[in-house]
Design a protein around this ligand. Sequence first.
Ligand code: ZN
Length: 137
Amino acid sequence: MKIEHVAIAARNNNESLKFWRDALGLKVKAIETVEEQGVHASMLQIGESHIELLEPVDEGSTVARFLEKRGPGIHHIAIHVDDINLMLERLKDFGVRLIDEEPRRGARDTLVAFVHPSSAGGVLVELVQYKEERTTS
Ligand code: ZN
């Protein structure tokens, strides 16, 4: 496992890129709109992990509501797992509260599932599996 990315909610990704890309010098790896999550995502490479800037594209998205409530800042931490289904089963066995009982499509051809912050010390945790690594379904 590793930290796959740290996601930051932003009102405007282009504004945030002035720090992360221009000032800090990180390279933009991908820019994608994920309709399912109602976000415009900019992924920057940092070592073997990423910084993911999330800008809402619709008002009902969870990121839009997050911004409304708390303003810009760290939105979630994503942990890379080899087998997301296996991990979800494991977490269920431990009584962990899940937002997604089943994996769904994330950015960059990934499968993702969110763990409820109430089970993770107040942190929204995302599990990420790259699709080609999928071993169970
Ligand atoms: Zn994420």
